[in-house]
Design a protein around this ligand. Structure first.
Ligand code: HPA
Ligand code: ZN
Length: 337
């Protein structure tokens, strides 16, 4: 895999598709297991890395949920989030919008307040100490019932000031967006923005449904959108962004080869696409490695790289002035390089 160029490493960017549980590096997993007295099936970093050979989304999810068992205390969520933010800072991420999966924790008896509290404190400290801004997005596990999601939403209402949006993740096929129509309607009435994973393994029809039934502001992944020309036209006209994750797609075999990744075709069709890392501890790279891999595979031009970074700010949930300030930094970087 090609190492990120200096241009990519210094490129001001936002990350918009990042599961905080997916930043749990093997070393950290073993350390948290030790300090919390949790037994893991894997005894070493090498054994863990050897297990990161996935045939599809479900195989990955099985391991990802097992690994969350080491996250027990509020400080685990703080440490996990802080470690990501320090990494993000080193990768010139100026703004991060971060998913978390409360049901993966509350179903093991971890209080919702500890999950949100630990993550939030790290985000607050990163703003002060690293100058890195962020937003938090609560994801519902779509393979669980809509009633379950509604109960989580009720719990989240007390944290409205800390959570900007709700999303949908986990096993996609067989769990279409419309299953969560009422939950998302309630979330929107309560002032949350909405996003959803769609068109990763599921069909273009799920992307359509996420827009029509859930009124999402962004689509996470959305690879399969290209199967439907009318949908592509709609995504382009409405400027609904897609948060693409190239290395995730490769490792979960959503694409067989990055040379066949839809990103370039999507750019050419006028879609607002962004580059993101999804679950970097499992998929072999953080955001800069994703930029480097997709640039090498598709021979992206300098202009395309800058367009991707610009899209990342435009597609964010920042207010217009904050977006402007970050895009100005990108423009200054462009002028200097
Ligand atoms: N897809 C769906 N659910 C997920 C993912 C993903 O890539 N990562 C963590 N939860
Ligand atoms: Zn994801």
């Amino acid at each position: 895999m090609s190492a990120p160029s200096e241009l990519i490493r210094g490129l001001p960017k936002a990350e918009l598709h990042l599961h905080i549980e997916g930043t749990l590096e093997p070393e950290m997993m073993l350390e948290f297991a030790r300090r919390n007295g949790v037994k893991l099936r894997f005894g070493s970093v090498e054994a863990l890395r050897a297990a990161y050979d996935f045939r599809n989304l479900q195989q990955f999810l099985d391991l990802y949920y097992q690994a969350t068992a080491v996250l027990r205390e509020r400080r685990d969520f703080y440490d996990l989030t802080w470690a990501y933010l320090e990494k993000a800072k080193r990768q010139t991420i100026l703004h991060a919008e971060i998913f978390f999966d409360p049901q993966a924790h509350t179903r093991r008896g971890v209080p919702f307040a500890d999950v949100v509290g630990g993550i939030h404190d790290a985000l607050r400290d990163a703003k002060r100490q690293l100058g890195l801004s962020s937003k938090l997005i609560l994801c519902f596990l779509r393979d669980l019932d809509a009633d379950d999601a509604m109960a989580v939403l009720d719990e989240a209402l007390a944290y409205k000031d800390r959570i900007v949006a709700v999303g949908l993740d986990s096993a996609e096929v067989g769990n279409p967006p419309a299953k969560f129509r009422d939950v998302f309607a309630h979330a929107r009435r309560e002032g949350f923005l909405t996003v959803a994973h769609a068109g990763e393994e599921g069909p273009a029809a799920y992307v359509r449904e996420a827009i029509d039934a859930l009124h999402v502001s962004r689509i996470d992944h959305g690879n399969r959108s290209l199967d439907d020309d009318a949908l592509v036209a709609r995504l382009a006209t409405a400027r609904i962004p897609l948060t693409l994750c190239p290395l995730s797609n490769l490792r979960l075999r959503v694409v067989d080869d990055l040379a066949n990744h839809p990103l370039r075709r999507m750019l050419q069709k006028g879609l607002v696409v962004t580059v993101n890392s999804d679950d970097p501890a499992y998929f072999g790279g953080y955001v800069n490695e994703n930029y480097a891999a997709i640039q090498a595979a598709l021979r992206l031009t300098r202009e395309e790289l800058f367009a991707l970074a610009r899209n990342s700010f435009e597609a964010s949930f920042l207010d217009p002035e904050s977006k402007r300030a970050l895009i100005d930094r990108l423009d200054a970087y462009s002028a200097a390089h």
